[in-house]
Ligand binder design. Structure first.
Ligand code: AMP
Length: 416
């Protein structure tokens, strides 16, 4: 019987890991430069956490969570996390971190799970990398998260991206906008699909997300035209900061983000290098989330990006780094002696391998070639006895026997 991976999951092969690590290293380095610290939280949480934070009426919570456990249990069921923000904020609050300092800039990387219909770029297990800057209402922080993600894209060579930004207001101006939107959409309801009709009462902003009836909604009132003065001022600083940092963006009134907790700034990065699933990252400000989860009443902002989508946008050849050497056991040398030399070299920081199948010298040379090693090391009984290694430069074919110490120098520096 042949087993298959569960629908909507992807294996990461050693070749893909090379690209993955390039992204992860670039991201870690960028986060550090921007002053973000790493956090790691469980991959499942009590289901109630997601109901409270992501929102009852969002697709993610309504239909896409993998939930398990005993519903009769006092604390309720568990759900695999469909996103990492709720767990991260919970961890900051539960760990009492806000008592230590009132502004936390953290980042995370880890799997998320959504029961979606799988397609290219859309999986049931995928990986999110993201940040939460929790504890400041400053619009400069909104801009910082966007600049930060643009820097990560630059570091991994993704150039075909677009940033769309919007402001959806705050608890003062959002209700006014909600009414204006409802009044505009109400007469259109009979012409809109079932999903939009359902959203009308539950979460009217999400109708703007609708792909099917997008045309019918093109004249819908815009949140950005209904902002209170404080929200307008906030947005003006965000825009000015993006311009000052030369991060290109455009205002798009259709960005509402699917989750309930957003206030003011919302944004999405997308890539024209991807197909229909072209969103690279989504984020925004959520000024009420921390307070509503039992933490201090502080504003936060963050984004989550899809690692698999960034990898697709990076494309390109993933070439694993070539090892420094491949050791060839020549003649009737003891393979244990060769093994010991290889381990010694590895302990000195060099990378390389030997043949584990006791094959002929010719076959071992083929392996040396395949690995792309810079040097082949010939070790026969004579070399062992004299304490030397015969180095063959795989680029120019020259050979030379040297003592171990000299071999280490050559392998380290690539000099002959
Ligand atoms: P969201 O919070 O839904 O906007 O997700 C943030 C980012 O995660 C998106 O911009 C995508 O890059 C990525 N993402 C979301 N859902 C999936 C999925 N099912 N498969 C792969 N990536 C996803």
């Amino acid at each position: 019987m042949n087993f298959q991976a569960p629908e909507g999951t992807k294996d990461i092969t050693p070749e893909q890991v090379v690209l993955w690590n390039r992204l992860e290293t670039a991201a870690r380095e960028t986060f550090a430069r921007f002053g973000y610290e790493e956090v790691r939280t469980p991959i499942f949480e009590y289901t109630a956490l997601f109901h409270k934070s992501s929102g009852e009426t969002t697709d993610i919570v309504e239909k896409e969570m993998f939930t398990f456990g005993d519903p009769e249990d006092k604390k309720g069921t568990y759900s695999l996390r469909p996103e990492l923000t709720p767990g991260t904020i919970r961890a900051l609050i539960e760990g009492g971190l806000f008592a230590k300092k009132n502004f936390w800039k953290v980042w995370y990387l880890g799997p998320a799970f959504r029961k979606e219909r799988p397609q290219k770029g859309r999986y049931r297990q995928f990986t999110q990398i993201g940040v939460e800057a929790a504890g400041s209402p400053d619009p400069l922080v909104d801009a910082e998260t966007m600049v930060l993600f643009a820097e990560i894209l630059k570091a991994v060579g993704v150039t075909a991206w677009e940033l769309r930004v919007n402001s959806i207001g705050c608890k003062e101006c959002r209700p006014v906008y909600r009414e204006a939107l409802k009044n505009h959409i109400r007469p259109l309801l009979p012409t809109l699909d079932e999903n939009c009709n359902r959203r009308f009462e539950r979460n009217v902003f999400r109708i703007l997300d609708c792909k099917v009836d997008a045309d019918k909604l093109k004249d819908a009132p815009k949140a950005i035209d209904h902002l209170c003065q404080a929200c307008k001022d906030h947005m003006a600083v965000v825009e000015a900061s993006l311009k000052a940092c030369e991060v290109p963006y455009r205002i798009d009134s259709r960005i509402v983000r699917g989750l309930d907790y957003y206030t003011r700034t919302v944004y999405e990065f997308s890539s024209s290098a991807l197909g229909s699933q072209n969103a690279l990252a989504g984020g925004g400000r959520y000024d009420t989330l921390v307070g509503s989860m039992g933490g201090p009443d502080v504003g936060s902002v963050g984004f989550a990006a899809g690692v698999e989508r960034i990898l697709l946008a990076m494309g390109g050849e993933a070439v694993p780094p070539a090892p420094d050497f491949f050791a060839v056991a020549a003649g009737d040398v003891s393979r244990s002696d060769v093994f010991k030399i290889v381990v010694d070299l590895r302990r000195k920081g060099l990378s390389g391998d030997l043949d584990f199948e006791a094959r002929s010298v010719k076959a071992q040379m083929r392996s040396a070639n395949k690995t792309g090693a810079r040097y082949a090391l010939f070790i026969g009984p004579e070399e062992v006895q004299k304490g030397v290694i015969k180095l063959k430069d795989m680029k120019d074919g020259t050979e030379k026997a040297v003592f171990h110490e000299e071999a280490v120098n050559i392998l380290r520096g690539g000099k002959k």
